[in-house]
Design a protein around this ligand. Sequence first.
Ligand SMILES: Cc1cc2nc3c(=O)[nH]c(=O)nc-3n(C[C@H](O)[C@H](O)[C@H](O)COP(=O)(O)OP(=O)(O)OC[C@H]3O[C@@H](n4cnc5c(N)ncnc54)[C@H](O)[C@@H]3O)c2cc1C
Length: 372
Amino acid sequence: MLHAVTRRNLKIYAMQQFDTVIIGGGPGGLACAAALANKGAKVLLLERKRRLGAKVCAGGVTWSGLGAKLPPELIERSFASQKISSSWQTATLHARIPIISTVNRMNLGRHMAEKALAAGVTIQSGVTVREIHDRHLTTSGGAFGYGTLVGADGSSSLVRRYLRIPSERMGIGINCQVDATFAEMEWCLDSKRFGCGYAWIFPHRESTSIGAYVDRRAMNASTLLERFLGWCAHRGLDIRGCRPRASLINYDFRGYRFGNLFLVGDAAGLASGLTGEGIYPAILSGETIAELIADPAADTGKLDRLIHRQRHHHRFLTRVGKNRLCSLLCSEAILLGLRTGLIPLHALEMGAEQPAPPQPQPHRHRQQGPAR
Ligand SMILES: Cc1cc2nc3c(=O)[nH]c(=O)nc-3n(C[C@H](O)[C@H](O)[C@H](O)COP(=O)(O)OP(=O)(O)OC[C@H]3O[C@@H](n4cnc5c(N)ncnc54)[C@H](O)[C@@H]3O)c2cc1C
C-alpha cells in the first residue's frame, strides 16, 4: 500500500504543472487561453479534436457582438438585410450597417489558435481529458497539474459533470453545409414545424449553412431531422450530398466560478436558448474568466449583462413554448414587432451592448453555486 501511494505521488510530482489548464479549444477556451497567457500565466489548452475549429455550426455572428471586431478576411459574407418569414407574414428588414455576418469556424479556430500560440499558450490537440482530480487531470496524452482549471469543453462538458451541475435546458441544432451560394440571409419561423425554433439559410462565400434549431423540450433530434427535411423539400432546397449534422447547445446557466474551477461558453450554459447564438457568449465569457483568474475582483459587468439578456431569452422561451398556439402567435407577434420597429432586432442578439440590469449581480466576487 505504502509502495503504491509513493509511486502515485511520484507520478503527480513528475507531471507538468501549469498555472491554468483549459479543456476545450473552441472560441471560449481559445479566448480565455490567449487572454491569460498575455497576462504572463503558464497556460495549457487541451483539445480532443486534431484540428482546432471544427464544429457543427452555422457560423452566424452579429455585427454588434463580434463581426465588427474580427479581421475582415475572416468574414465570409455580411448582410445588412434579413429576410424573415413566418406562417402568415414575410418581411425583409434593412439596416445601414451589417446585421449579421458569417464566419467559417475552421478559419476562426485557426485565427484564434494563432493568437493564443503567439501569446505563449501551450496547445495540445488530439488529446482527450479523461478524468479530473483535485489539482491534476489525466488525459489520453498523460497527466497534467493545474492551479486553476477552466472547462471550455462545450455542451457535454466533463468539468460541468465533475462539478455535478446538471444540464437540463438544451437546444438542438442541425446543420447542412451545402456547396451552393444564396443571395439572401433568411430566417423561417415556421411554428408548425419548429415550435419556438426556426430554420435558417446563412450564406457563406462558397457554401451555405442550411439548418434548424429547436428547444430540446419541444422535440428530439430525430423529429427535428424529419421536420427539417420536410421544410427543405417544401422550400425546394437541394441538400442531397450533404450529411445533416446535429449537436446540442447548452443554455442552462448556473454559474461560472466554483473555487479554482471555472466554466466558459456552452460548458457554462451561456448560449441563448431562444436563438442558439453561442460564439459571442463563449468568447466574452472566456475573456472575462481570464480577467477573473488574474484578479478575483475584476469587473465582470459585461458578462453579467450578457447573462441578464440570456435569462430574458430563457424566460421568454419558457412562456411562449408552452403549446403550439402560443408558439404560432408568438412568432407572428415577433415578426410584426420587428417589421414595425416595436421590437428592435438587437433584443434577439446576445452581443448587442446592453443596458445595465436593474440589480447588481450579488455573486460577482463570490463563488457561484448551482442554485438558481
Ligand atoms: C447546428 C448549430 C448551429 C449553430 N450556429 C451558431 C451560429 O450561427 N452562431 C452562434 O453564435 N452560435 C451558433 N451555434 C452555437 C455555437 O456553435 C456554440 O455556442 C459555440 O461553439 C460554443 O463555444 P465553446 O467554446 O463554448 O464550445 P465549443 O465550440 O463546443 O468547443 C468545445 C471544445 O471542447 C472540446 N472538448 C470537449 N470535451 C473535451 C475533452 N474531454 N477533452 C478535450 N477537449 C474536449 C471539443 O472537442 C470542442 O472543440 C450553433 C450550434 C449548432 C449545434
